[in-house]
Design a protein around this ligand. Sequence first.
Ligand code: SF4
Length: 678
Amino acid sequence: VDDLLQVIFSAEGPLARAFSDFEERTQQKEMAVQVFDAYTKEEIALIEAGTGIGKSLAYLVPAMLWAVKHKEKTVISTHTIALQEQLTEKDIPVLLKALGIELKAVLLKGMSNYLCLRKLSDFQEQLRLFTEEESKELQSVENWSTKTEEGSRSEIAFPLSQETWEKVRVEKEACNSVKCPHYKRCFFFKARRKAADAQLLVVNHHLLFADLVSKQRPDFKEEKAILPPYRRLVLDEAHHVEEVALDSLAVRIDRQNLYRLLSKISTETVREALPPTGCGALVQRLEIDLPAEKRLALDKVQEAFSQLEDFLSTQAPEQKWRVRSELSEIKPSFLLVCKALRSLAQGLHSLASELAPFEKAASQAVDVQAASSRLEEQAEGLEKFFTEDNDPERVRWIEPSKSNIALIDAHLNIAQHLEEHLFEPLSTVSLCSATLTANRNFEYMKGRLGIAKRTATENCYDSPFDYEQRTLLLVPTDMPDPTDFSFNAESAKQIIQAIQASRGNAFVLFTSYDMLRKVHALVSEQVSYPCLRQGDKPRQALIESFKAQDGSVLFGTDSFWEGVDVAGEALRCVIIVKLPFKVPNDPLVEAQGERLLAQGKNPFFDFSVPQAVMKFKQGFGRLMRKKTDRGCIVCLDKRLISKSYGKLFLNSLPPCRTLFDRSDAIFQEMRNFYIRTL
Ligand code: SF4
């Protein structure tokens, strides 16, 4: 197979004929061989592949060859929709044609992306219970449902509110699968049947972990599994795996969701499905008892969360408030919420069984039982949140936002979980990303993800781009320390000079939105370049505006450090304002630090630095998206060169020219660079 891979990835091979921009690259061939070896030797492959390697082809080809030879499925999980689309709409179809291979490749989305025909049919019968607007929307969904093949939300081209979609989308708890009269036509189950038949199954990390979590539930049934069985996995954008796993395992209870769940409970629709006479006791429950219980639960939720708001107003203002005590001030009110939710859940559960004799109400009984299970789940989560157990692996926090408050209960030992439920049971896992190492070392990632007991091969494949000639990293040495009060004002001055040197077409990357806002205000009033600010428009619209207007400058935080692809002259300068360390008093960061300390490790060097290095590499990586790109990266945080750990950041970057000097020299050199490389 090694020889075959050499041919496939050669300049005269089938890929060169199929992809117009294909270039033979040794790194790509080596990566494909590493991935294929992981299949044959049943190993884990850890791969850091720099921009431009063509990493998706380097794992797709081995997965396809394996599928053809061994008739075995590979699940490919990504973090972003953009990458899923690239794989399923471009890379996989072109590769299949180029290699003359026939196999099934399917994209499976999360359940909530599909239309539930049972719910739609129920609503169609009860249109008069809805507003005119809702009825119109439901009618449009009905028309669409007769034409669509996939039944997926992303295909809907007409205006549809999220509220209406939530009424008709698939819900795990409200699906009785094979017993449903619509099962044969059901879009979700059709997609699942296709997924079961597929040799390449593309999913996202959230779906992958939702499947893992559901499989660990005591009441798990194979027919309700989200994903079909698989033994081979590719995790692309693998640097997101820990965060998604943590999120999937955490319990989150929030005020808005509780209100939403309670308001969705409609006894009217059940009443409609019953015969007009002969069920007096049931009608009494539906019209009097259950609505009263629902009102009580809503009142208790409102009381408890207002008390929580009052309590938080007496504490230090924090974006996230870590729970360290018993919370005796608010616990009793939340326990009353649990009691009310449980009582309503019990009432709904009994109602569902009492509806059994009424054939016409079978569908409503499913919804009633689903509502009962969801309320029970919320009550359980709340009760757990307020239970003290001094578990060092657990962290709880309260997250107030403009219109909501969330209570989060997270588990810190993700590594153990992944080791037991992901890496141990699977035969092959290939983890790929452009940033999986710090200082070219995989140890940090292996520790975080629990890859310790299995044999793993590790390789960094450097980008084929000519960073040496086409990029310049600049650090002004006369900037104040980032902790200095003058840092914002000085940053604004440097940013103005940098964007004048690059004539706009720049990203300015921040680590906090508050700083972004202040610096943006200072810069935008002094330059004529359009200064776009994160938050002013949806992310994609902002990127489109940036590409459309020559000279634009985009000010962004977190989500702009990665996953933004602006190739060519539209982006010729990236300004990194501060090294991207996580906020140290964030509950999760703090608790992870304490945990490492208890293990005798150094939270700063063993956690904060490697994490910041990877994020820094992501930010740096925004600049060169194609081999013909060029530009400057300006880092305004002089810790990059003044602190000993700065070397770890610098060593992790592709080899590029650097200049660490006073601002005037820096910006002069920037101007020269743009002229020289034109
Ligand atoms: S099988 Fe489940 S998801 Fe499909 S239509 Fe029936 S209830 Fe909805």
